[in-house]
Design a protein around this ligand. Structure first.
Ligand code: HEM
Length: 230
């Protein structure tokens, strides 16, 4: 049994094994210090964005593994992995509330520190978007290989693993759209909208993206089922 005063046994930097394994020295050095910042809310801004990147790194990894499981003919395993990815999107949606503490004048004041940076350049979101699209392709190929299609799956039993995976994909789609709703509202609240509702404005672009769906044919198939069973 481990004694309380045992020192670290892992290699690496840090006073404790926790610090060495979690790389806390590096991690906690990734934010601009009080002497560097031009506005004190930069810490709030960086922590929210950086932790979002970490969660989305996990989401993209779970999605990639889910795609591999679909390709291997294991829809139930894919469903479980997809649920994790969807949960990370929920978490990063909740995190957006933290940025709601920024007043427009605070956000304005920190602009010089941000350069030309935009969340649209987020590697985590880019990877998640790419993996989401690949997931749709993998599911279609899975159904094709088995001589079936979405219409047939959705006419069948909700306990069918393919049906369940379809519903998990709808959950994912829904959560990403919810993130976009919150993000759009946040952009308006923080005042980075370039003219609310103006066609071609950043806020107009964000509003349009809310309706984006990774798997439109899935939404269609489940609605058709409702119409047929009326
Ligand atoms: C104060 C906080 C935020 C404001 C005011 C804001 C504002 C905006 C604006 C105005 C755009 C439109 C493109 C542009 O003008 O650059 C945009 C796009 C985008 N932002 Fe943010 N954002 C914020 C936080 C975040 C966070 C935390 C993330 C997560 C990484 C993020 C990710 C994105 C993404 C992925 C886009 C591309 C549009 C999309 O895919 O929906 N943003 N943001």
């Amino acid at each position: 049994m481990k004694k309380k005063n045992d020192g670290p046994e892992l290699p690496g930097e840090g006073d404790t094994d926790y610090a060495r394994y979690m790389r806390t020295d590096v991690l906690l050095g990734l934010q601009r210090g009080p002497e560097e910042v031009i506005h004190r809310d930069e810490l709030l801004f960086q922590v929210t964005h950086q932790s979002t990147e970490l969660w989305l790194k996990l989401a993209a990894s779970e999605l990639t593994e889910a795609i591999a499981r679909i390709n291997a003919g294991e829809p139930s395993a894919a469903e479980l992995l997809l649920a994790r990815a969807t949960h990370t999107v929920r978490l990063v949606t909740d995190q957006l509330d933290m940025l709601g503490y920024l007043r427009p004048e605070d956000f304005q004041a920190m602009q010089p520190a941000l350069g030309n940076g935009s969340g649209a350049e987020s590697p985590g979101w880019k990877q998640t978007q790419t993996a989401g699209r690949r997931l749709g392709l993998a599911f279609t190929a899975y159904l094709n290989d088995r001589g079936t299609d979405l219409k047939a799956v959705y006419a069948g039993e909700p306990s069918d693993p393919a049906y369940r995976l379809g519903e998990a994909m709808v959950d994912f789609d829904d959560r990403v759209s919810n993130w976009r709703v919150r993000h759009y509202k946040l952009a308006i609240r923080v005042g980075s909208h370039g003219g609310i509702g103006t066609a071609g404005s950043p806020s107009g672009m964000l509003a349009k993206l809310i309706d984006y769906r990774f798997f439109p044919e899935l939404w269609e198939a489940r609605t058709q089922r409702a119409l047929v069973s009326r």
